[in-house]
Design a protein around this ligand. Structure first.
Ligand code: GLY
Length: 432
């Protein structure tokens, strides 16, 4: 069969690499892809949001299954559009994707389904929100543990963490007055800020059966020790001891099952990857947010460990027969992914730097270098984004996997390349 993967990041390279290993798959196309998918698959020069062209390509090239990587096309309804065109696409419908596309939808659903999450209030205008802040915190302006979140997609920047009344008012100003996130700020929520470790629990569901994947942990801040600005994710490892088996069962029963049932009851059945971003609070895990696709970079170490033919799982999800498949098989070894980034990221950065040492890095045992912001120029791989590579390794222990990943990182160089040095240390030192 032929498979089309939509997207151009490290997640999509990992999907193309894994799906391309199936004996049932003849050709893997990636639209638009990157320099890594150009080697491991076939790139197609169509943007991830140009649905009409993607449909036309899929028809002309006998694509049997399309796998959608990023959230934007899912929230725009690409799966519905493919389905109307008689094509099979893996991921939630537009209505189900609101779990990520609308924070208000998500929080209301969590409340209806009685899933643990922070208390929240919804607003449509700045004046009411400012009054709420001033009335509630006027006497304690220096202790305002809140998060103000734009309702819609805002490229990962729409959640503003606040500690004081001034910061909360500034966040409202940004979202609802100066409209920094455009229509994503038409509505917004103010929720209590939670504290603790974060963990990512992902599951594959056909709307009935839920297959939970091994827990992972992302590293969202730019600096070692979780300091500095937020990024799209500077590294991840899987499994994480932050979530033990007992806690994982609890999350399945108290978070994933009620969510999938609530979506079904509201006639928005969820099919695809359901990703619960959890805060492990002293009162137990609570949902920070839902995403409706694989995490990036969590996908890279997860798929590195998956032994089951992933296209079989995708097909069973599309057919609504996940209950019938064999349990998923995993490499028992842990895996870690270290993201190498461009100088300046997550602030503005240059592109077009030649990347050296990729061949040497590929020779390090149990390592796969997934590309993200890269492109091929005259057979030369150059930087083309903020997060450039996801150097991913397996090891007998987390410490060994970390050693291998950083060994490969040391082989790779370009002007301004940098990475965090402490990916997975929370697992190694048990600072959880
Ligand atoms: N790793 C965070 C995300 O994919 O949203």
């Amino acid at each position: 069969m032929n498979v089309l993967i939509i997207g151009s990041g490290g997640r999509e390279h990992a999907l193309a690499w894994k799906i391309g290993q199936s004996s049932r798959v003849d050709r893997v196309f990636v639209a638009p892809g990157n320099a890594g998918t150009e080697v491991d698959a076939e790139n197609v020069d169509i943007s991830a949001t140009d649905t009409a062209k993607l449909i036309s390509f899929a028809k002309q090239n006998q694509v049997d299954i399309t796998v959608v990587g990023p959230e934007a096309p899912l929230c725009d309804g690409i799966v519905d559009d493919f389905s109307e065109a008689g094509l099979r696409a893996f991921g939630p419908s537009r209505r189900a994707a609101q779990l990520e596309g609308s924070k208000v939808f998500c929080k209301k659903m969590l409340r209806t389904a009685d899933v643990p999450t922070a208390d929240f209030h919804t607003f449509e205008d700045a004046t009411n929100a400012e009054r709420f802040i001033n009335e509630r915190y006027g006497e304690t302006p220096e202790d305002v543990p809140l998060v103000v979140k734009a309702d819609g997609l805002a490229a990962g920047k729409g959640a503003i963490v606040c500690g004081t009344q001034e910061e909360a008012l500034l966040a409202i100003e940004k979202i609802a007055r100066s409209r920094e996130f455009g229509t994503a700020g038409d509505r917004f929520i103010i929720e209590d800020r939670m504290s603790g470790q974060e963990a990512s629990i992902l599951a594959i569901t056909d709307g009935q059966t839920i297959l939970t994947l091994p827990p992972a942990q992302d590293h969202k801040r730019a600096g070692d020790g979780d300091t500095g600005p937020n990024t799209g994710g500077m590294g991840a490892y899987c499994p994480t001891p932050a979530i033990n088996d007992e806690m994982l069962s609890w999350v399945e029963e108290s978070v994933l099952v009620p969510t999938v049932h609530a979506m079904k009851r509201s006639r928005n059945p969820f099919r695809g990857i359901l990703y619960a971003g959890l805060m492990l609070t002293p009162q137990g895990p609570k949902v920070l947010e839902y995403n409706v696709r694989f995490g990036d970079p969590e996908c890279q170490p997860m798929l590195m460990r998956m032994k089951t033919d992933f296209i079989d799982v995708i097909e069973a999800t599309l057919d609504g027969r996940l209950a019938e498949i064999e349990p998923l098989q995993w490499d028992p070894r842990p895996s870690i992914c270290v993201v190498m980034a461009s100088e300046g990221y997550p602030n503005p950065y240059d592109k077009g730097h030649s990347i050296r040492g990729l061949e040497e890095a590929a020779k390090v045992e149990d390592v796969k270098v997934f590309h993200a912001g890269t492109r091929m120029v005259n057979h030369d791989v150059v930087t083309n984004g903020g997060r450039v590579l996801g150097v991913t390794a397996l090891g007998e222990s987390v410490a060994t996997a970390k050693l291998q990943a950083y060994r490969a990182v040391q082989c790779i160089r370009w002007d301004g390349a940098w990475c965090r040095k402490d990916i997975s240390d929370k697992a190694i030192t048990q600072q959880i």
